[in-house]
Ligand binder design. Structure first.
Ligand code: S3P
Length: 169
């Protein structure tokens, strides 16, 4: 089986979908942000604050190379900017979780831990800037994806069933 890579904007639910997928299918999941935080032994927020975005993107590229070389049969959830790594398509089948910005924002602010969800995301500190970033990225996510799944107003169980129908495990 090829790896499955979940891409999409911050807050769209890549992590929740990955956790549900592990429940429904015989698959192990890893997350690129978790890998980066372990490698660096500090949070993404700290990495951005201390060393800036370029430094973070360089680590993403390093993780991408390792994934391509060493990871098989795995579900990989990613940070919202990971889709830009040069070798993305070589890592596995790319699944884009798609939803309009307003729905994503609503999903975050309605979450019981909304404040911490926003705080830990350096690129979601200002709603207008986040919306602009979303508008820039949206066509690029679609373009690079092998499969696009619309997730608006769907529960995770349904989303995972749709992914499993479209992607062979
Ligand atoms: C980023 C998204 C974040 C994290 C970092 C940068 C982005 O992950 O990788 O803050 O560029 O969109 P989530 O998509 O899990 O929030």
């Amino acid at each position: 089986m090829k790896n499955i890579i979940l891409i999409g904007f911050m807050g769209v639910g890549k992590g929740s979908v990955a956790r549900e997928m592990v429940k429904q299918a015989d698959i192990v999941a890893i997350d690129t942000d978790d890998i980066i935080e372990s490698m660096e032994n500090r949070t993404i927020k700290k990495i951005f604050a201390t060393d800036g975005e370029k430094y973070f993107r360089d680590i993403e590229a390093k993780v991408a190379k390792w994934l391509e070389k060493s990871v098989k049969n795995t579900l990989i959830s990613t940070g919202g900017g990971f889709y830009k790594v040069k070798n993305l398509k070589k890592i596995g089948t790319v699944v884009f979780l798609d939803s309009p910005f307003d729905n994503i924002y609503e999903r975050i602010i309605n979450h019981p831990k909304a404040q911490s969800k926003l705080k830990k995301r350096p690129l979601f500190q200002d709603v207008d800037k986040a919306r602009e970033l979303f508008n820039q990225r949206h066509p690029l996510y679609k373009e690079i994806a092998d499969v696009t799944i619309s997730v608006t107003d769907k529960d995770v169980e349904t989303i995972v069933k749709e992914i499993l129908k479209k992607v062979k495990l």
